[in-house]
Design a protein around this ligand. Structure first.
Ligand code: F6R
Length: 618
């Protein structure tokens, strides 16, 4: 949460790049934004609200022309969203932007207050600026300040700071350089002929460069317009590896769509094709680059999936896929719960962490706990070089390109596909599946693109938009599914609640009679997943239970299911497919439904209130 972008150019004005970088990072936080440039007195501009509010302020009250600057978009943790609490923060000669949480800020603030320091904001980040300024003052007393002196001060401050941080810093008496540090908050360096960049993620500067250094835990250093230096946590200089990223710069734009979410929903056919082609060889070898050996994959007694939110729902569906294909017991847990219950895991467990961003603090924490207990961890992740990728034995990289809408859509599809491939790999290793079955499954996955494209057609879309309009002002939604459709029901409910602010629950259809049936009234919409599969008859019974009690019934089914169609107030038809991929297809109409309900209600679809995309705090 919070986005940082900073740049040092050889020439030219840095402000347009900073503002554009903030726009690309706005999904990380959007309650206020600010920047500072290298000019006399290190001028700062801040605005409560969106990046566009900062841009408007800069038109009215521009900063002096400068080719060096730091900028920030905020997702409030300490202190309300306001101009004064927004970044950059200043203390003495230090102006900085911070992503993360300074956990011991109260204690530090207390001691600085006693020493006479004054604070203007309620934030922990201002205390970070003060902490660094105090360390710089001590260094200045030892010798004239140079860049190495700043590194020493930063290193001392890092040792005193508890919590997570990504920092970009200007120091008034050392112009021309931006200093940086990271611990448990992502930070990358961008390298180009024009100059150098520091950013929370690559998206911020993808229009400027495709060459990146993914900083490691405890790294710190500086950039200037023609060089950069990275140090480890013991202040030893390190040779950081520059990696070329082939993401298309266009992918961080909306390509004519009104919202990123809609664009990302409609990219799911391509995501499927890309993920499959990048994870199978020309000879149909599955995950040819995956480094964990067949022997190792055979050696586990259990797989434990840890993830959050949408990725967790992919994991819940993944449990069905893995148990069926690989014949291995699978447990699935909220990453945020797993780490706090002294989980019984050990050497015979394989941890599968799923995360779009690879920076979710809860997921990283769960993996760390499992590894400390001797488990092997692997990941499914969309961001090469992310903290999660570094933590695990190997990663299956999904091929979504950047996902920018806060509500995750295409990442879910890619995660489920990656689980299928992983399940096939584990199934082969454990001799639960032969070559012929593997090829059959691969063909089913490939062929599902046609069904996905059907669901993404304008006819389906406009029909769902009509249904959404009809029910947009009902107050409660229940999404019902059974078996592998239950995680899809949960995902449908999550999508709706996060972008339309309606109360929505995903429930196993058979559980309604054990309590929630008492809630059913005419103000409730029940979305029932009644596709193919052995539970169809049971779901039909559950649909009758809610219908007779007055709920409005929207049913996802296929043309053959006449009874379901007759019972429904509204029907969303899905193509009949192999059961292997049916649940995956069902998610697409639910994503559209959430989108159109939110649109009808006038909600901010790509930036829902109180949320941010990359949840780097616990
Ligand atoms: C929901 C959503 C979140 C994320 C969750 C995990 O639409 O986006 O629930 O799925 O915060 O994020 P990652 O996958 O980045 O670990």
């Amino acid at each position: 949460m919070c986005g940082i972008v900073a740049a040092c150019f050889k020439k030219g004005d840095v402000v347009p790049t900073l503002v554009e970088g903030l726009r690309c990072l706005e999904y990380r936080g959007y309650d206020s934004a600010g920047l500072a440039v290298l000019a006399s007195g290190l001028p700062v501009r801040k605005a409560k609200g969106r990046v566009q509010d900062l841009a408007a302020l800069l038109e009215e009250d521009p900063v002096p022309h400068s080719s060096v600057g730091i900028a920030h978009t905020r997702w409030a943790t300490h202190g309300v969203p306001s101009k004064v609490n927004s970044h950059p923060h200043r203390s003495g000669s230090v102006v900085l932007v911070h992503n993360g949480i300074l956990e011991n800020f109260e204690e530090l603030k207390e001691s600085f207050l006693e020493g006479g320091t004054e604070f203007v904001s309620e934030t922990d980040s201002e205390v970070w600026a003060s902490l660094l300024d105090h360390e710089l003052t001590k260094i200045r007393a030892e010798a004239p300040l140079d860049s190495l002196g700043v590194m020493k001060a930063l290193n001392r401050a890092m040792a005193k700071a508890k919590g997570s941080f990504g920092l970009a810093i200007l120091v008034e008496d050392l112009p021309g350089r931006i200093f940086f540090a990271r611990h448990e908050s992502p930070l990358v360096l961008g390298i180009s002929d024009k100059g150098h960049y520091v950013a929370s993620d690559v998206q911020a500067v993808l229009k400027e460069t495709h060459d990146f250094i993914y900083l490691l835990e405890g790294n710190c250093g500086w950039i200037d317009d023609s060089s950069y230096q990275v140090f480890d946590r013991d202040l030893h200089p390190i040779e950081a590896k520059v990696e070329h990223l082939d993401w298309d710069a266009e992918s961080v734009g909306k390509s004519g769509y009104d919202h990123f979410m809609l664009k990302e929903i409609e990219e799911q056919g391509i995501v499927l094709a890309n993920t499959l082609s990048s994870t199978t060889s020309s000879k149909d070898r599955i995950l040819p680059d995956f480094q964990v050996s067949e022997d190792t994959l055979r050696s586990f007694d259990r797989i434990v999936i840890v993830a959050c939110g949408t990725a967790l729902h992919a994991g819940r569906l993944g449990r069905f896929i893995l148990e069926e294909a690989a014949g291995i017991p699978v447990d699935v847990d909220f990453a945020s719960e797993f780490r706090y219950r002294n989980p019984l895991v050990g050497e015979r467990d394989l941890i599968l962490a799923i995360s779009q961003s690879g920076e979710t603090a809860d997921t990283l924490g769960a993996v760390k706990v499992a590894r400390e207990k001797g488990a092997t961890a692997v990941a499914i992740c969309n961001v090469r070089g992310s903290s999660l990728c570094r933590l695990v034995a190997d990663t299956i990289l999904t091929q979504c390109g950047p996902e920018i809408g806060v509500a995750s859509t295409k990442a879910f599809t890619a995660q489920v596909l990656a689980i299928h491939l992983f399940a096939m790999r584990v199934g082969m290793a454990r001799r639960q599946m032969g070559e012929e079955e593997l090829l059959r499954r691969l063909n089913v996955l490939r062929a599902s693109r046609t069904a996905i494209e059907t669901l993404l057609s304008s006819e389906v879309r406009s029909h769902i938009a009509e249904v959404a309009k009809k029910y947009a002002y009902k107050s409660v939604y229940f999404f019902l599914g059974r078996g592998p459709d239950y995680p899809i029901a949960m995902e449908g409910a999550l999508k709706l609640k996060e972008i339309s602010y309606l109360h929505a629950e995903g429930y196993p259809a058979g559980e309604m009679k054990h309590g929630p049936l008492a809630l059913v009234s005419e103000d409730m919409v029940v979305v029932a997943l009644a596709g193919q599969g052995e539970t169809y008859d049971k779901v039909l019974g559950n649909m009758q239970e809610v219908k007779t009690r007055g709920a409005k019934l929207v049913v996802l089914t296929n043309t053959e299911k006449k009874e379901a169609i007759e019972l429904a107030d509204d029907v969303i038809l899905v193509p009949r497919t192999d059961p292997l991929v049916a649940p995956l297809l069902h998610v697409i109409p639910l994503q559209y439904l959430a989108y159109y309900v939110a649109l009808e209600r006038g909600c901010e679809i790509d930036k829902p209130r109180n949320l941010a995309k990359s949840v780097t705090v616990e």
